[in-house]
Design a protein around this ligand. Structure first.
Ligand code: UDP
Length: 467
């Protein structure tokens, strides 16, 4: 630990992969803007995806650094694309992490709960390093998940599609068994990480889910500091966030400039989408029938039955300029904040949800896995800025994807949100207002801004007490 007058040193230890690594890198950069020295702990391969943006931060004088953990035999953690799964074993990082902490003794370490070994390993060092947990989701989902696990309302229904009310929440929220995780692994990791932790940082903002922030804070010491994506302020940061985009920014921007305001539907299902080929085809048919301009990020292109249709579809959409298909990584923030984008069809990953919200864009919700069905409820039932496509079944990352949403469901949802009707217009207005609140939250005087500063000050005070 440094002398009392030196800046607070915060270590960030993200999980290896898109939906968890991206916000934590943003968070480290955000704390550096607010006066902390941030150090992101990573591996040689995973650091490549954010090295450039950190370099840009450093050039503009921000104290944010990357610390690469040496790996045994130089073998990095498997990662075929962007996201590891919640069961990816990262324990080979344990010894190098412990060594680093013993050497550097930072004021705190913020770690992702998916490093399931990290809580014990850090606590056992007895170093007086404040251990803070990042769980990667919002307060609504945390409270809903907690209450379902505590009260087990799902055990009181007779079938998997019979709705039950989630007890103890500020709003009446109905769910079905089919929308709940079939495994407890994430819940178990969370519980373990939370035991004896100093507190939690949450990527959300008070105005988005006030009653749930309050409920969450009753059971947890927490700092609500988001949306952290809003700290990506220059075009290069937005275009390369997470990974270099498969399309250059000029091409995408000029395509978007050619469309009327609020007319384009942006479609993306996160960092590691898994769809059955037949499901991709249903989506394509639905989009074609909706006649709405769209940008579709489609990474798992397939061969075999139906592939020909998709190639022709892509060509037809390109020629007619109705749709732009991105085969690979999309510059999501650049797209979402463009004035021509009027809707976001999303799998409701928490980052995507928050990014849609921050850009003031209403959504078509298509949850698939993790806590995404909870996020759907927040968007549609609480905030009322989204239309459900109608997906009903939770799918684990290693389960065979199925067709759950037909082309008619896609077409209906697109028309409801984007078709120019009153309901879509109201959702758009509401989304815009919430987007403005998001931006205010991270500006000087905003609540997220204040909470970030409060954490830094608390760590500083703690240093005085320890010394
Ligand atoms: N993302 C992106 N381009 C893509 C796909 C995803 O920039 O083509 C980013 C997106 O902006 C978000 C993250 O990857 O920050 C995905 O996180 P989310 O929680 O939405 O979903 P997950 O990938 O964890 O399922």
């Amino acid at each position: 630990m440094e002398s009392i007058s030196s800046p607070v040193e915060m270590f960030f230890f993200p999980f290896v992969g898109g939906g968890h690594q991206i916000p934590m890198v943003d968070m480290a950069r955000m704390f550096a803007v607010h006066g902390a020295t941030s150090v992101i702990i990573s591996t040689p391969k995973h650091a490549l995806s954010f090295r450039e943006s950190i370099h840009r931060d450093q050039q503009s004088g921000r104290p944010v650094f990357i610390e690469i953990l040496p790996l045994p035999d130089n073998i990095d953690i498997a990662d075929s694309d962007m996201s590891a799964t919640p069961v990816t074993d990262t324990s080979m990082l344990q010894e190098p992490l412990k060594k680093l902490l013993l050497q550097r003794k930072p004021d705190c370490i913020v770690h992702d709960m998916f490093h399931h070994w990290a809580a014990d390993a850090i606590d056992n060092l007895e170093l007086n390093v404040a251990r803070i947990v990042f769980n990667g989701i919002g307060c609504f989902a945390s409270c809903a998940r907690e209450n379902i696990s505590k009260f087990k309302p799902q055990d009181k229904v007779d079938s998997k599609y019979e709705p039950f009310v989630v007890p103890g929440l500020p709003d009446r929220i109905e769910m079905t068994q089919s929308q709940l995780p079939v495994t407890q692994i994430v819940q178990d990791n969370m519980r373990k990480s939370k035991e004896n932790c100093y507190g939690m940082v949450v990527n959300s903002f008070y105005e988005l889910e006030p009653a749930y922030v309050e409920q969450f804070k009753k059971g947890n010491r927490a700092w609500i500091v988001g949306p952290v994506s809003l700290y990506n302020r220059n075009i290069a940061d937005k275009a390369e966030r997470g990974k270099k985009a498969a399309i250059d920014e000029q091409t995408i921007l000029s395509w978007l400039h050619s469309k009327p305001p609020n007319s384009v539907l942006y479609i993306s299902f996160g960092s590691s989408p898994r769809f059955a080929p037949q499901q991709i085809l249903e989506l394509a048919h639905g989009l074609q029938a909706s006649n709405q301009p769209f940008i579709w990020v489609i990474r798992n292109v397939f061969k075999g039955e139906g592939a020909e249709f998709l190639t022709e579809f892509e060509e037809k959409m390109r020629e007619s300029k109705q749709g732009l298909i991105i085969n690979g990584w999309a510059p999501q923030l650049l797209i979402l904040e463009h004035g021509s984008v009027g809707g976001f069809m999303t799998h409701c990953g928490w980052n995507s949800t928050l990014e849609g919200v921050s850009c003031g864009v209403p959504m078509i919700t298509w949850p698939i896995s993790a806590e995404q069905f909870f996020n759907e409820k927040l968007v549609t039932d609480v905030l009322k800025i989204g239309v459900r496509v109608g997906s009903l079944d939770w799918l684990w990352w290693n389960m065979e994807p199925r067709v759950s949403v037909g082309r008619d469901m896609v077409e209906a949802a697109v028309k409801r949100l984007m078709g120019g009707g009153e309901e879509g217009g109201e959702m758009r207005n509401k989304a815009r207002l919430i987007g403005e609140m998001a931006k205010k939250a991270v500006e000087g005087g905003g609540l997220s801004y204040k909470e970030a500063i409060a954490l830094i000050n608390e760590l500083k005070d703690r240093r005085r007490i320890i010394e």
